[in-house]
Design a protein around this ligand. Sequence first.
Ligand SMILES: [Zn+2]
Length: 224
Amino acid sequence: MPTISEMKALEALTESRRRASLQNDYELTYHSYDGVSYAIYRSKSDANGKTKMAGVHAAVKAVGKKGYRPGKDSRFYLLDQKNFGDQQVVTEAFHFDSQFMHHQWIILGPSSVSGGSGRGLAGGTKGVESVKRIAIHEIAHTLHSHKLGLNDYYPDTQGMKQSAISWPKGKHDDILLVSSYAAAGWKEFVPEVFLGLILGKTYNERIMDLYAQYGGPPVPAVSL
Ligand SMILES: [Zn+2]
């Protein structure tokens, strides 16, 4: 279990990034899915802003069809590198506020329109489809972290406290069938499988067992 000071350090990092991002020039719009709202902060200098907005809506709709509504304080930051200077803009999600309460803040950086790292299920896609897949992956990180809770999602250095099994190391062909990014560790494995399930893919029993053991969020019509 992380100590309070470790958690504070983590949240301070989040806060510093948030502050850096808020120095920039945004167009803030509110949207809703099934009556539940989410906010989009679109950097005015982001030439891909429109594409990213369409991708975000497609992602919210795709997970919405599986029963997930935007969580409390859902925000999507659409950013490009221009207004960030030396600070690299990466695509990532933040799941807890400074009081450790749930929220969902997702930054969609420059690579989100071109398949991200190229190693995940968004690899090889472009434009709206790429943003949609990457946003679903990031939403899955938040759903996963909220399901596990703060202490299990940020385990101590001994590994994942709640799990009796360790992350399989080395070559595992069935995990690589999900994507090469899924083999990076349990925190990337879960969102990649979630994304695959949303996209209508099916996985073998070993994959689904691992998904359940690592606390993967349920996807209706798929038994865990
Ligand atoms: Zn990820």
